[in-house]
Each structure stands twice: as structure tokens, then as C-alpha cells.
Design a protein around this ligand. Structure first.
Ligand code: GUN
Length: 295
């Protein structure tokens, strides 16, 4: 049954478009530059930053990764950001989450210059998103999910959209994007979370169900309306005695059970993840275009 939403193929379309924009910038003597900042040695963050850096290079975006020790102070991190904010060759800055507990992430995200905030986490960009002001940057994962829906010809206008999880990186901005009075939005959005009563009843109403709460295999077949679109954002490591390292990655959706019920569904991996990276690359090129006075 092929009802898969192929995130890898759609991300590849975006990469082609981004590479063409990079070439146009280079023809004008501008090399887009993206800086990653990673604090500590969170294994998942190492993998994510490595993937993003490799994709930058593939597309012709110059990337630099700063790896700081876990013991880094907030003041030290702020000093680095101040330097990067003032560096004209740096168009995008990404501070990888999670940060060590002693560093206040809101203070850090507010210290990235809004016009370099390709993650879309600065309060100015969050505010612009809420207001429907398209001059800001939008967080990569929810913007990537909207793009997946658009390029898969899945209408959102008037659709019942149920989002599981109210995190700052996915759930909340996803709700803001899809409830906008704008093309490819106009959804009737329900945002469910850990205090929601009877989550299953909300899920069963969904035309589009987006799972981003970080609970392994939470969404089961009986929670999905037949024919609904299911988007799985979850990346959870669970014990698996049969696996080489004793663990395996699963999403928030019980894919094997849900796929036969869903109209369309994202595989995981190969669904949302590649789109997150594709939007990050897009945002970075846009930041460089804006810096060059082109956008
Ligand atoms: N950690 C998990 N997702 C993200 C993301 O989109 N951006 C950053 N900076 N950190 C993350």
C-alpha cells in the first residue's frame, strides 16, 4: 500500500531550489554562511548538527560548527553570539537545543539577531509568526510540515487539524502556522497536550493529525479516522533487545498499525526529518539574500 508522504523526495525538490538560489548569490559574490553552536555532547544533537552541516556543504553554504563544553556559562555563550551577530559573513546562526540546564534557553534565543535567527526562535520571529507577518523566519520543523502538505496536495482549508504536543519547537508554532488566515492554512486547529482530557476522541476527529509530543508509539489505529492524514514528528529511542546497541528509534505513531487506516502517512525516518533540514537551508539562503538587499 503506497500511501506514504515521501519527505526525502520533497526535501530534495527544495534542495534543488535552494542550490539554484545559492548559485545566484555566488554570482553576485555572496557566499551564504551558517554557524552552528552546540553546547555539550548530547548524542542526538551531535548527529543532527552533523547532518545539517553536511547538507550545508552540499548546497554550497559555508558552515562553521562551534562545539562548546558542557561547563560553558551563559555569559560565554552570549559573548560568542554577540561576535557572530556582528560578523557580516555569518547569515544564519543556529544554537542546537537542548542546552545544558544551567543555561536559560530563552535568554540565548533572544540574543541571536532576529535577521540571523534561521531557527525562528527569537521573540520577534515568534511574534511575527503569530501576527501572520511573513517577513520573519519560521521554525524549521513546522514550516517543513506545511510544505510537505502543500507539495503532497493535501488541503488544509477548513480541515480539522489536531496537533499532539505544545512544545515551542513544533506544537505551538505548528498551531500558529495552520490556523493563519492565509493560503495553505485556514485549519481548525486543536492543540492537545499532557492535560488534555480524552486525547483519543480529539484524534478521531482529525482530518490531519500531527504527532509531536515525544511519546513512543502513542498514536494507535483506533485513534485515527479512516482516510486521515497522519504526520509523525516523534524521534524516540526505546529499548530493543534484538538490536545491535539494544535500542531502536520509533516515532510517536505506531506506524505498522496506523498505515492501513490512514489516507496518507509520513514514514519515520524519511518523513518530517528531511524537511526540517530543507527549511533550515531555505531560511539560511533567505537570510543571505536579505543581507545582500535582494529580498
Ligand atoms: N532541537 C530539536 N529540534 C531543533 C531545531 O529545530 N533547532 C534547534 N536549534 N534545536 C533543535
Amino acid at each position: 500500500m503506497n500511501n506514504l508522504i515521501d519527505g526525502r523526495a520533497i526535501a530534495e525538490q527544495l534542495h534543488q531550489e535552494t542550490a539554484a538560489r545559492v548559485a545566484a548569490l555566488k554570482a553576485r559574490g555572496v557566499q551564504p554562511g551558517l554557524v552552528f553552536v552546540r553546547v555539550g555532547e548530547d548524542p542526538a544533537s551531535r548527529v543532527y548538527v552533523g547532518m545539517k552541516a553536511r547538507m550545508s556543504e552540499r548546497l554550497g553554504i559555508r558552515s562553521v560548527t562551534h562545539v562548546l563544553p558542557e561547563s560553558t556559562t551563559e555569559a560565554e555563550l552570549l559573548a560568542l553570539l554577540e561576535r557572530l551577530n556582528g560578523d557580516a559573513e555569518v547569515h544564519g546562526i543556529l544554537v542546537q537545543a537542548p542546552l545544558p540546564k544551567h543555561i536559560r534557553h530563552q535568554v540565548i534565543y533572544a540574543a541571536v539577531a532576529p535577521h540571523k535567527d534561521v531557527d525562528g526562535f527569537h521573540p520577534v520571529n515568534v511574534g511575527k509568526l503569530m501576527l501572520g507577518d511573513t517577513t520573519g523566519f519560521r521554525p524549521c520543523t513546522p514550516a517543513g510540515i506545511q510544505e510537505l502538505l502543500i507539495r503532497s496536495h493535501i488541503p488544509t482549508d477548513g480541515a480539522e487539524v489536531v496537533i499532539l504536543g505544545r512544545g515551542e519547537i513544533v506544537g505551538k508554532p505548528m498551531a500558529a502556522i495552520l490556523c493563519q488566515k492565509a493560503p495553505h492554512a485556514n485549519g481548525t486547529v486543536t492543540l492537545c497536550h499532557s492535560r488534555t482530557r480524552d486525547i483519543a476522541s480529539h484524534c478521531r476527529r482529525a482530518d490531519i493529525l500531527i504527532a509531536a509530543m515525544g511519546v513512543p508509539l502513542f498514536v494507535k489505529a483506533d485513534m485515527v479516522k479512516p482516510g486521515a492524514v497522519v504526520i509523525d514528528v516523534g524521534v524516540n529511542r526505546i529499548p530493543d533487545p534484538a538490536a545491535k546497541d539494544g535500542t531502536r528509534l520509533v516515532g510517536d505513531v505506531d506506524f505498522a498499525a496506523v498505515q492501513p487506516v490512514a489516507g496518507r502517512i509520513t514514514p519515520n525516518p524519511g518523513g518530517v526529518g528531511p524537511m526540517t533540514i530543507a527549511v533550515l537551508m531555505q531560511n539560511t539562503v533567505r537570510a543571505a539574500e536579505m543581507a545582500a538587499g535582494l529580498k
